[in-house]
Write a protein that binds this ligand. Sequence first.
Ligand code: ADP
Ligand code: ASP
Ligand code: MG
Length: 421
Amino acid sequence: MARIVVKFGGTSVASVERIRQAARHVKREVDAGHEVAVVVSAMSGKTNELVGWVNEASPLHDAREYDAVVASGEQVTAGLMAIVLSEMGIQSRSFAGWQVPIRTDDAHGAARITEIDPTELDKRMKDGWVPVITGFQGISPHGRVTTLGRGGSDTSAVAVAAAVKADRCDIYTDVDGVYTTDPRIVPKAQRLTRISFEEMLEMASLGAKVLMIRSVEMAMAYKVPLLVRSSFDDPDAPQLAPDGTPGVPGTLVCDEDEIVEKQIVSGVTLAKAEAKITLRDVKDNPGVAAAIFGTLADQGIIVDMIVQNIADDGATTDITFTVPDSEYDKAVKTLQNAGDRIEYARLSGSKGGAKVSVVGVGMRSHAGVASSMFKALADKGINIQLITTSEIKTSVLIDEQYAELAVRALHTYYGLDKKDA
Ligand code: ADP
Ligand code: ASP
Ligand code: MG
């Protein structure tokens, strides 16, 4: 017998019919003798609708009220899931974040979970109940509802799994696992049988939105094995591992040492809507980078890639960095207004870049991945604007119009295409 936390994403609970199908997956696990807790997202599209209403009511709304409104989507699906499970003969009760309670800090709209009290969930599961918990939300130190940021139900699920010491956390979504790249862009993408936490973290950070970044960080820290699988599979079909043997279907996100065959490149990711800003002839004094990026951070602007040239005249340098397109105007204005603290000659920039990355733990021990990536892009006539690397990834910024072409070219180049496609 195992203890499993299962999470259903928006498309998996998009209607009462879909909730019924999801509940059949829960029933299979309960019938197999496992203890199960469920975490649900809102119906797909619901959170966007709620966010739209908040902005329509007032673009300058109070973040506490934003959370009060957008957290409601998960309350609906949690209640419906508990009703459907009960109808199937499974004792079930819904819990909103505050009822568990899932405690968070008070960063409304992007709160971080600080503590989950497992007592009630633990008791329910031991007594044969299936608790259904609203994803995406918790309660602040001031007793107000908070939300965890978009895609946050993944994080709720992993946090609950860690709190109740689950053996596994199953993330049910609309794809049957983690693929070498987004299967919507590259139909030849292959499902990975296993992927390490580290690679998954890079892939999530670099644009693969199949799992929220924070959920992977948390799974890695608390050593919760994650299984990504599809809720669209027949719940009553025999459970087969990707190699066809009895087991769990989908992709297991686990420790690197549990992976036998290590790929040099495991995946290719794409993040669009990246804007580039260049400051020319910046006074090259100690503290200048701290002043630029400190000023942007004070405004809550998240900077991604950063490149600084060596000053050839010993006095000035150029600095280029990227921010999301949505933050471009704010970043430009912030830097223009900081002219007294940051001395530079000119500011230029543009929106509409795309960051394409290759990820793989094998890069640690193999030289030449970066150069082969640049060659593969050059062969397609794609110009590289910026480059950043880490131990297990190489990223380039290119023009958005070549994004899909670049992803497909790299996917083929590194031998990731499905053999029979
Ligand atoms: P949910 O609503 O279940 O949380 P999401 O839409 O957040 O689902 O995430 C699932 C989607 O992530 C898939 O439909 C797929 O298009 C996308 N995706 C992006 N990159 C990958 C990848 N490498 N592997 C699998 N899916 C990916
Ligand atoms: N419903 C929330 C969102 O759409 C949380 C989630 O689905 O994970 O962002
Ligand atoms: Mg999601």
